[in-house]
Structure formats: C-alpha cells, structure tokens
Design a protein around this ligand. Structure first.
Ligand code: SAH
Ligand code: SF4
Ligand code: F3S
Length: 449
C-alpha cells in the first residue's frame, strides 16, 4: 500500500450502545490532540473511524457497505480516505475485515483504541495494523483530558461482561468485567462538569457490578460512587445504565430514595417473562424475582420510571411462553422499553440451539410486544400531565423560542420560552407538563434556572 498524506480532518461514526458513543468521543479527543480537526458537515474526511456494533443482524455486512460508500465518496472528492474499523465488529472479525477489505488500514478493538495515534502513524507510512488486545483498562490512563462536552455526558465506569447470556456477543467483544478506579472516576466527572456537563450517565455493560475502593480504602459499590459524585456541586443529575438484575443490591435501592441528584429512572433488562426461556438464556433470575426487585425500587422511589429490554423468538420460545412476556409487561407498566427479534450471533450457544423460531413468527410477536410497550409508554406520558418538574435543556426546537430537554423520568419535553426570558442549552428550567404523546411531552416553562 502507498503512503498517505497526514490526515487533516476526521469523522468518527459510532453505532450500537452508549458505551460506543463514549468510546467514539474519546477517539475524537485523541485525534483532536493530534491536531486533526473534525470534518465539516457534508465534507469528506481524510480519516474515517467506523466504531461498530456486533450485537444483532448483519453487523459485518453493514461495515463492508459503509467502507464501500466511504471509498466511493472519497474518490469523488479526489481523496483516498484512511479508514479505521473500531468497536465490537473489529474485535470479533478484525482479521477477516483486513483480509477482505484493502481500503481498511487500521482495525482496533474497544480495549485498544488508545493506540490509535500510533496506528495512524503506521497507516500514513503505508502499513496496515490490527490491534485487538485486551489490556486491563490500560486505555483510560492513556487518553487525553475531557474537552468541551454537551450538558449530558457519558462516563464509562465499568466494562466487559461475565454473565454470558447464551444469545449475546458482548462477553466476547468486550472481555471480562472490569471496574475503573473510584478516584479516576471522580476526577473524570469533575473534568466533565468543568467542560460543561450538568448530567452524568454512568455506563457499563453491567454497571451495577461496579465496585472499587474509595480514597479511604473502603470498598464501595455503585451506590457509593453515586453518593460521592452527588457531592460534586456542579453535577446536577446522575443516571446509570445498563444493569443486570443479579447485581442490584440494597445500597443501590436505598440510593434511589436518598440521593436527590440520582434521577428516578431505572433501565433493567428482563428479556423474557418465561422462566424456561430465562433459564435457556442463562439469565440467573426468574420473572418473579425480577418483579420483586422492581417492587423494592418502587418502594424506595415511588415515582421511579421503569425501562427494559426484551428479546422475542429466542430458540424454542412457544406462543404460551411469549404470552408470559406480555403478561409481565402488563404487570410492570414500563415508561419505555427496547424490544428486539432474536438474532443468532456466531459463536454464541443459542445460535446452535434447536427450535430456531421462524422469521414471520418473530415479526408477529415483536409487533404485539411493541404495541403493548407503546400503549404503556403513552399511558405513562399521559399520567405525567400536570406534573411540574426540572427539565435540562439539550437543544433548540424547530421553531424560534422552542426548546427540547429531558424530564427526570427521561421523557423528551418540548417547550417554549416564557415571554422575555431566554433559555440556553444547559439550563435547568422548571416546566409544567401539559400534554403527553407517544414519544414526547409538551410543556410550559414556569420558572428559571
Ligand atoms: N449489558 C446490557 C446490554 C446488552 S445489549 C444488558 O445486559 O442489558 C442490549 C440488548 O440487546 C440486550 O438487553 C438484549 O435485549 C439485546 N440483545 C443482545 N443480544 C441479542 C441478540 N443476539 N439478539 C437480539 N437481541 C439481543
Ligand atoms: Fe450480554 Fe447478558 Fe452481558 Fe448483557 S448481561 S452484556 S445481555 S451477556
Ligand atoms: Fe454493540 Fe458492542 Fe455495545 S456489540 S451494543 S457496541 S458493547
């Protein structure tokens, strides 16, 4: 391969979960620190980082078609862009991508992206490099400081997963569960608020499994970390995601009742309402233990909004077992939720289980499940009408004077400025919720910051 010019501009495209969004931001910061600038909108970048997701269907195909599109658009603009494939597809299929796609000069896994600048030097010199090592958490120490951020910021506190749900690739793409040290996280949260963040969302594939030693050497769980972050005056809101029912302890339940800055929202995936399916998924909880857990959160924080993830059509799932999922949904009353058709992932135990469910059956189940979840989301939003709450302003709306922000319950809220007073991104305003739609609320500002 020929040597390339030093890239002047970059674009990072992140797919998948919030962890990938966080990693994408950190890669952008690494490139900024190298004096490479983000490409302007509509402009072809000299360097494109595809930060990929492997969780469901056609992940690799999508990467190849993106590579084709980038190469073609670059050529039309008279460029030969450098392409890096990062993220979970890079981890799972890096070697294959290198072999199949000569346009790619760098493949870098989720635990190795701090080495991107070195790889870039080699790519500029005409070499191709793959780095899918999993050094324990080394990357964080090698990353530059946080730069200016939006009012809502992600903070990865825990990575990897030891749960091995039988359908899931994450334990293979992200490696074993590792917690970042307490003090590093407190420092990074301080940097984030100095850089403009008001709300910090703590991220981990199993965020509730986080543990660490505080500055006095005491072992803390996620609740201890949350309590410490709540002491930082500029941190106004704290959220966390995603949790596994097996790691939710009393301390975390109690924190929801006691820490005002911890928002009344819990995303707790359940996947299925059938105990037989949950066992086959290796979920280590039952439908009933999950429901009892939610009850404890509701006791601690009666207005808590609940969210979940669901998979329909897991191998062997019968109509009756699927109906158990619908029954669970009915009894919880989710404020929002994500639901997916089961997708066989190469190398996972479920992919070779008997009783793979036909696509049309999955389609039909997904439709019924989503109808139930949409019904409950609308009901939750309608039940919020009349509430007064704080809204963190995230962006402008389409019309002049219109803004969009989030309620404590993670609802999107549209509202207009009060005559004479002006909002800005990052303001915390008091809003009365006036109308509840399927995906958002409309409100009216009744007070300032
Ligand atoms: N660590 C988190 C997130 C995992 S991925 C957790 O445990 O919740 C997010 C969601 O994707 C999962 O909760 C699950 O609902 C879905 N998912 C994962 N693997 C899948 C697969 N093979 N097919 C369909 N959905 C899947
Ligand atoms: Fe995947 Fe299960 Fe781990 Fe979540 S807990 S990342 S679904 S293996
Ligand atoms: Fe996707 Fe990897 Fe996240 S597979 S969901 S980007 S951990």
């Amino acid at each position: 391969m020929k040597a390339s010019d030093q890239p002047r501009t970059y674009r990072v495209k992140s797919f998948g979960c919030q962890m990938n969004v966080y990693d994408g931001e950190r890669m952008a910061e690494l490139l900024d620190a190298r004096g490479i600038a983000p490409a302007a909108e509509g402009e072809e970048a000299d360097l494109v980082v595809l930060n990929t997701c492997h969780i469901r269907e056609k992940a690799a195909e999508k990467v190849y078609s993106d590579i084709g599109r980038i190469t073609k658009a670059g050529r039309a603009a008279g460029k030969r862009p450098l392409i890096a494939v990062a993220g979970c597809v890079a981890q799972a299929e890096g070697e294959e991508i290198m072999a199949r796609s000569p346009a790619v000069s760098m493949v870098v896994g989720p635990q190795a992206y701090h080495r991107l600048p070195d790889m870039l030097d080699r790519a500029v010199a005409g070499e191709r490099a793959t780095d899918t090592d999993m050094p324990a958490i080394a990357k964080f120490a090698a990353l530059p400081d946080r730069r200016r951020v939006a009012p809502t910021a992600f903070l990865t506190v825990q990575e990897g997963c030891d749960k091995f749900c039988t359908y899931c690739v994450v334990p293979y793409t992200r490696g074993a569960e590792i917690s970042r040290p307490f003090n590093d996280l407190v420092d990074e949260a301080k940097r984030l608020v100095e850089a403009g963040a008001k709300e910090v969302t703590l991220l981990g594939q199993n965020v509730s499994a986080w543990s660490g030693e505080d500055s006095r050497g005491r072992v803390q769980g996620l609740d201890g970390l949350i309590r410490e972050l709540a002491r930082i005056p500029e941190v106004q809101r704290i959220r966390y995601t995603t949790s596994h029912p097996a790691d939710m302890d009393e301390g975390l339940v109690a924190a929801h009742g006691e820490v005002e800055k911890l928002m009344p929202f819990l995303h707790l995936p359940v996947q299925s309402g059938s105990d037989r399916v949950l066992r086959a998924m290796n979920r280590s909880h039952t439908a009933d233990s999950y429901l009892r857990l939610l009850e404890r959160f509701r006791e601690a924080r009666p207005d808590i909004a609940l969210s979940g993830d669901f998979i329909v059509g897991f191998p062997g799932e019968t109509e009756a077992e699927f109906e158990e999922t619908l029954a669970l949904v009915d009894s919880v009353g989710y404020a929002q939720a994500f639901s997916f058709k089961y997708s066989p992932r190469p190398g996972t135990p479920a992919a070779t289980m008997e009783g793979q469910v036909a696509p049309e059956v999955m389609d039909e189940r997904l439709q019924r499940l989503q109808a139930a979840l949409n019904r409950d989301q609308l009901a939750f939003n309608r039940a919020s009408v009349g509430r007064t709450c704080q809204v963190l302003v995230e962006r402008r709306g389409k019309h002049p004077g219109q803004w969009l922000g989030k309620s404590p319950w993670l609802q999107s809220v549209w509202f207009s400025e009060k005559g004479g007073s002006h909002c800005a991104i990052g303001d915390m305003v008091t809003v009365r919720l006036l109308e509840g739609g399927p995906n958002s609320m409309r409100g009216q500002v009744i007070g300032g910051k």
